[in-house]
Design a protein. Structure first.
Length: 368
């Protein structure tokens, strides 16, 4: 009822047609709604024609003017009116609406138009309270303009009032229904965007930007939870600390950009050497932490050796240069009283044993 030139464009959007379709506008739904508001009787069509011929068409300009006069003092309404041209467009749109009130009310086109109006009002931000209260003003104006010849006949006068109340109830029920549906769609879209942004921020918070592996903080949280599960279930759990050999020399000789490239390729090779369900994180610098649920020492050594071979199999191509890399790994299996720190410390000790043994090898730190 407050639509302007936007209504023509917005009315053609796919959202509105989807809303109409989602409301199930068909012969059965129309019949149910008309019966609900008391417009199912055959004589109601004649009453709609009488409303137009005797009440609306002779007085439409006065009805629309007084309708907007009644709204002009409301702050909510004034927010939508910034110029006289805005008011003129709104009155023109309102006039078309009033001239269609009750005309063919039992048709699909009438229902879809009223659903469209509600969704438009939601899109342009008309407050629902203002929207609903405005129907009361319109009803009052229509009743005021019932001509004398009907007023003198109590039966005809009562029937016209009843029809005005019923057709307004029909229009309001359809428009408010689509208003709420459109608002729900908008809220769901907003919620989806919020969820997407939340997921994006969560991903950034737990992911190493360079390798796309999980980061240090995530790996410790994951290990803490894995430790609890292992103790509850009585299942084995292994961790592997891995470190790229002589990585500082790569940075010093080729630069940090090449070093970053080597880290990315090495991380990808580690992933290809691990198993489904194994967690790999960049623990810091060129150091990586593997968490292997349901895996004992022998299984951990098998994984570590397979990853080591994946790393040093082929040289890493960087521009015109080929860079050979290797990996030292330390394996530790959890014991009864392990914490995150003690388990990682044993794996780290095994890693340093591998470094002292000449690098490019796997060592294990036995359970204490």
């Amino acid at each position: 009822m407050f639509t302007d030139a936007l209504s023509a464009a917005v009315g053609r959007t796919r959202v509105i047609f989807e809303l109409c379709e989602s409301r199930g506008v068909d012969a059965a739904s129309i019949a149910r709604r008309l019966n609900l508001v008391g417009l199912a009787e055959p004589e109601c069509r004649a009453q709609g024609e009488a409303l137009q011929n005797l009440v609306i068409r002779p007085n439409v300009d006065a009805i629309v003017d007084r309708f907007y006069d009644s709204l002009a003092g409301m702050d909510e309404f004034s927010n939508f009116i910034s110029t006289n041209s805005d008011a003129a467009r709104l009155k023109s749109t309102q006039k078309r609406y009033v001239l269609g009130l009750g005309v063919g009310f039992d048709t699909t086109r009438y229902f879809e138009e009223r659903l469209r109006i509600g969704s438009i009002h939601q899109r342009i931000g008309v407050p629902q309270s203002l929207y609903q209260c405005s129907y009361q003003s319109l009803q009052y104006l229509l009743i005021q303009n019932i001509p004398r010849q009907l007023r003198s006949d109590d039966s005809s006068f009562g029937e016209m009032i009843q029809f005005i109340l019923k057709i307004a109830a029909l229009d309001m029920s359809l428009a408010v229904e689509s208003y709420c549906a459109a608002r729900t769609v908008a809220l769901e879209k907003s919620l989806k965007n919020v969820r997407g942004e939340s997921e994006r921020l969560h991903h950034l918070a737990v992911t190493d930007w360079l390798t796309e592996l999980h980061n240090h903080s995530f790996s410790r949280q994951f290990l803490a939870e894995a430790l609890i599960r292992a103790k509850v279930d009585g299942s084995p759990l292994c961790v592997i600390m891995a470190d790229l050999d002589h990585f500082k020399a790569i940075n010093d000789s080729h630069g940090h950009l090449v070093g970053d490239h080597v880290l990315r390729i090495a991380a990808a090779r580690m992933m290809s050497g691990a198993r489904d369900g194994d967690e790999i994180a960049r623990y810091g610098g060129e150091e990586f932490l593997f968490i292997l649920p349901d895996t004992d020492t022998n299984g951990g050594m098998d994984v570590a050796e397979r990853v080591r071979l994946h790393i040093n199999g082929d040289a890493i191509q960087s521009g015109n240069e080929q860079i050979r890399v290797s990996l030292s790994l330390g394996v530790a299996e959890t014991c009864e009283f392990d914490t995150v720190d003690t388990l990682i410390a044993r794996a780290d000790a095994a890693l340093y044993e591998a470094k002292r043994a000449g690098r490019d090898c796997v060592r294990v730190k036995a359970r204490e």
